[in-house]
Design a protein around this ligand. Structure first.
Ligand SMILES: C[S@@+](CC[C@H](N)C(=O)[O-])C[C@H]1O[C@@H](n2cnc3c(N)ncnc32)[C@H](O)[C@@H]1O
Length: 332
């Protein structure tokens, strides 16, 4: 007899970013982080560009880890509503994360006006632990927005961003990096990008069709193309090497367990919604299905009951990448 499944927790984009912060934080590959720290050590100040910055999770994690007291960050995202919540998000998450975050001034109201006439905010100031961080938010597309390529950066970072993009867009981004930055190209630190390797513990025979359909959903054709999904980390490494970067890669899997019930429920929601959509699509095409909606419902209910009993563990494969430029290769 299956336990009754608790109501689904479907987070908003903002809630999801807040929720995943802790899993991202503890999953990052420490060896690569040490390389980043080494790269910036000894500088009096640095200028960091955060691609797909969302509500500022990358800043909150990285700013106190970088051994530079004076930091200027530019956060770019096409979702202005998330950028408008950077200070609030950092302050809220800072409560659970060692550095104390103090928003030294209110995020300018113009940031809330989002895009249109106000594509970027006036500078905001945060104190994140010992670090004084000035930041600006740019509402825009980092692949095509000329402002991203008009400035000089000491470091470019992106956390959990490229999985959502198709390969040709990522290739276009690297082409922009090569042609614009050339010999003054900064290194890129790209973290928590999906890799194959979604596993469930304990295992069940239905895991394989669920996994296959979930990944197929990420890779389905959409108006903008096929998102890279679980191929993103490897595609990034390949495209970066082709552009002239030296690629350092390390695994950074999420290992979700009994202490991560909300994350596990949210992950099960994503899986259930995606697999249901794929099964409905397949049903419309009248494909014979060995695995159907009823089997999915049983699988999800059993998994939710395991979460409630503290028995389910999910591993989500990711990789971190540290991409250092070969000036001569990039100049060609
Ligand atoms: C999963 S969220 C990660 C947010 C943040 N980096 C973090 O770690 O909390 C991915 C973000 O990338 C942004 N994004 C994706 N493609 C983008 C693009 N081409 N230009 C600007 N933002 C983009 C989305 O709007 C979203 O906020």
């Amino acid at each position: 007899m299956l336990a009754t499944a608790p109501p689904a927790f479907v987070p908003t984009d903002y809630e999801w970013l807040r929720l995943r912060f802790e899993a991202d934080r503890r999953s990052r590959a420490r060896g690569l982080l040490a390389r980043v720290q080494e790269h910036v050590a000894g500088r009096p100040r640095i200028k960091v560009l955060d691609l797909g910055a969302g509500a500022g999770g990358n800043l909150l994690f990285l700013a106190p880890q970088l051994p530079v007291t004076d930091q200027e960050w530019v956060l770019v995202d096409r979702d202005g509503a998330l950028l408008a919540r950077v200070a609030a998000c950092c302050a809220a998450l800072g409560g659970d994360y060692p550095p104390t975050v103090v928003a030294l001034d209110r995020v300018p109201a113009c940031c809330a006006a989002l895009g249109g006439d106000y594509p970027s905010s006036a500078p905001g100031h945060l104190r994140v632990g010992e670090r004084a961080v000035r930041y600006r938010a740019l509402v825009g597309d980092f692949v095509t927005d000329a402002r991203v390529f008009a400035e000089r950066w000491d470091l470019v970072v992106a956390n959990a961003v490229f999985d959502l993009l198709p390969e040709r867009t990522v290739a276009h981004f690297f082409e922009g990096v090569r042609s614009t930055f050339a010999e003054s190209c900064p290194p890129l630190y790209l973290t928590i990008h999906l890799d194959t390797g979604l596993t469930f513990d304990p295992e069940s025979p239905e895991d394989e069709p669920v996994r296959a359909l979930f990944h197929a959903h990420m890779r389905r054709p959409q108006a903008f193309g096929r998102a890279l999904g679980p191929q993103s980390a490897r595609a990034l490494a390949r495209l970066a090497a082709r552009t002239g970067f030296t690629v350092h890669a390390e695994p950074s899997p999420w290992r979700l367990g009994p202490d991560d019930a909300r994350m596990l429920h949210a992950k099960l929601d994503f899986i259930e919604n995606a697999v249901t959509e794929m099964l409905r699509e397949a049903g419309r095409g009248a494909l014979p299905l060995a695995f159907g909606i009823d089997a999915l419902a049983r699988w999800v209910a059993a998994r939710r009951a395991q979460v409630e009993r503290g028995e389910l563990r999910i591993t989500v494969g990711h990789r971190d990448l540290w991409l250092t430029p070969h000036p001569r290769a990039l100049a060609n």
